[in-house]
Design a protein around this ligand. Structure first.
Ligand SMILES: [Zn+2]
Length: 94
């Protein structure tokens, strides 16, 4: 069976960042990991914000790693040692 964008639209996905249900075609799909937990719009915003922080020399340490499924709100409540572990799991070494 061939999987098309229309096929995915029949299965709405929950974006863990903007907390909205969106058609699956709004999500990036990676063959290795499947549908991403954030919609394309959130990923774009995340990338833009991260770039801005990097440019200002603040580094993006206050953002949950992409793919972790952790929302910004949840991330703020995680202690720094735990954050470091999570970053390590997602390949963001300090
Ligand atoms: Zn979103």
């Amino acid at each position: 069976m061939t999987i098309t964008a229309d096929y995915w639209d029949d299965f709405p996905e929950w974006c863990s960042r903007c907390q909205q249900e969106k058609p699956a075609s709004e999500f990036a799909y990676e063959a290795r990991r499947g549908l991403q937990p954030w919609c394309r719009k959130c990923k774009t915003e995340y990338t833009r914000e991260r770039r801005r922080l990097l440019r200002e020399g603040q580094e993006g340490h206050d953002f949950p790693p992409i793919g972790s499924g952790i929302s910004q709100v949840e991330w703020q409540e995680i202690s720094e040692p735990e954050r470091q572990q999570i970053r390590h799991v997602y390949g963001i070494a300090d």
